[in-house]
Ligand binder design. Structure first.
Ligand SMILES: [Zn+2]
Ligand SMILES: [Zn+2]
Length: 310
């Protein structure tokens, strides 16, 4: 699992930072999932190590332009590249109508390649290896945070031990490998877990933007390996954060601390903290680290490999 930040500025792009988009690479599936797709995301993809032909799912937090204006371009380009892969897009109410209207008036045929799903708090998507859940955050328009869960995997199967127990080979081994308990033909009961090593704990990646501090973010981020949380403002500008329903660096750090996450990565920075301002992004980092030391600041093309728990 590798996270790549494709845009880390809030509202408008700057020379160094594009607007919001995060790519999650799932090498075991050769798939990329995008979270938000601000304007220019397809250009950022071209400049990154990510293959846009691998984009399989796009999760949209909310309908503000800095999170969605890149969708049509990215979707259209992936079609032009002769990529026959389907894309599933998930997001709040209004997203499907927005995409349909854009396609209609630009004479673009979305066909059956694109499926749009309106999300509700709770389970958004599930498959054998992963599930995705969302929660409503606290922003000026409905905004969802997402939690990606890699399912736990049973540990290594001890085939020698299974053979020593005279378990006849066959499909039964597949069940035992999954840690299931099976009954053999002769009535013997075998617990697969006893033939497997320590299970591999799945990783959890949580993405919370845009939002002011809220309990829903803390819930969603519980025990995450990585929390990506917006930090539009410095602590000193908290008044603006409350007014516009965005977070300060200290709010992001408090969510990380209360949720007991392993790593906080802050993003969605206001362009105001550019060189020349008396507050800089390094100050936001310091403010957050005073509360939650394991904090990093995202920058465009920053890639983070999510470590496994051992
Ligand atoms: Zn935003
Ligand atoms: Zn917003």
């Amino acid at each position: 699992m590798e996270i790549t930040f494709l845009g880390t500025s809030s509202g408008v792009p700057t020379r160094a930072r594009n607007v919001s988009s995060v790519a999650l690479r799932l090498p075991q599936k050769a798939e990329v999932w995008l979270f938000d797709c601000g304007e220019g995301t397809q250009h950022q993809l071209l400049r990154s190590e990510i293959k846009s032909s691998q984009i399989r799912r796009i999760f949209v937090t909310h309908m503000h332009g800095d999170h969605i204006f890149g969708l049509m371009g990215a979707i259209a380009s992936s079609g032009l590249a002769g990529n026959a892969q389907k894309i599933d897009v998930y997001g709040p109410a209004g997203l499907a109508e927005y995409l349909q209207a854009c396609a209609k008036y630009s004479y673009m045929r979305l066909g059956s390649r694109l499926r749009v799903h309106t999300v509700q708090p709770g389970l958004v998507y599930e498959e054998a290896e992963f599930s995705v859940h969302c929660q409503l955050l606290k922003h000026r328009v409905p905004a969802y945070g997402y939690r990606v869960i890699e399912k736990d995997r049973p540990g290594r199967f001890d085939i020698e031990k299974a053979q020593a127990l005279n378990i006849p080979p066959g499909p039964i081994y597949g069940k035992l490998k999954q840690g299931a308990t099976v009954t053999l033909e002769n009535g013997r009961i075998i617990n697969g877990k006893e033939l497997c090593g320590e299970p591999e704990i799945g990783r959890k990646v949580v993405y919370c933007t845009d939002t002011v501090f809220c309990d829903a973010a803390v819930d969603l981020a519980h025990d995450a390996d990585v929390l990506i949380h917006e930090a539009t403002f410095a602590h000193q500008d908290a008044e603006m954060a409350f007014e516009r329903l965005h977070s300060t660096s200290t709010m992001a750090a408090q969510v990380a601390l209360l949720a007991g996450v392993k790593q906080l990565i802050m993003t969605h920075f206001s362009p105001r903290y550019a060189p020349g301002n008396n507050l800089q992004l390094s100050d936001l980092k310091q403010e957050a680290r005073a509360i939650f030391p394991n904090t990093k600041l995202a920058y465009d093309f920053f890639a983070y490999q999510v470590p496994r728990r051992r």
